[in-house]
Design a protein around this ligand. Structure first.
Ligand code: ZN
Length: 151
């Protein structure tokens, strides 16, 4: 983490969306876990970047999940990210749920996928699973601008 943030006049914040109540709220950039100001649930708000092999029962965040080229994420249960899932490496999960899912040209994906929008690049490998596009999962702040979750 760069330590130059104190020299900025404005604190670095970003907007995330609660996984439980779908309320959008602003959090400090460095925050990892916070209490949602609307439903008071403790929620993970950080962006999760997977660079190596990561094996978890499940992975959920109110931010984004990015699986880098060499990253491998194996979850027995679900993967949920309020602001998008980007797979450049390998992802295996029972269900992936997000507003947007991006599966890159060298990515491998196995599992069900439920998203507001799904992008699959040529060259990606999908090893089964049910894909479902549900417009209700789109981030409401996205419906006016075409901006995607993957900034
Ligand atoms: Zn909430």
């Amino acid at each position: 983490m760069p330590s130059g943030a104190h020299s900025m006049t404005k604190p670095l914040t970003r907007v995330v969306r609660c996984l439980h109540c779908a309320a959008a709220f602003r959090v400090p950039d460095a925050a990892t876990v916070l209490t949602c100001p609307t439903c008071y649930q403790r929620v993970r708000v950080e962006d999760v970047v997977v660079e190596n092999e990561l094996v978890l029962p499940r992975l959920e965040t109110c931010g984004r999940i990015v699986i880098r080229r060499r990253g491998r994420l194996y979850t027995r249960l679900g993967v949920r990210a309020s602001l998008g899932v980007e797979v450049l490496g390998e992802l295996q999960a029972e269900t992936v749920n997000s507003c947007r899912v991006y599966i890159g040209p060298q990515a491998t994906f196995r599992g069900d996928c439920q998203a507001g929008g799904i992008t699959v690049e040529t060259g990606a490998t999908i090893l089964g699973g049910r894909f479902q596009i549900d417009r209700n999962l789109l981030d409401p702040s996205e419906t006016h601008t075409a901006a995607s979750c993957r900034a």
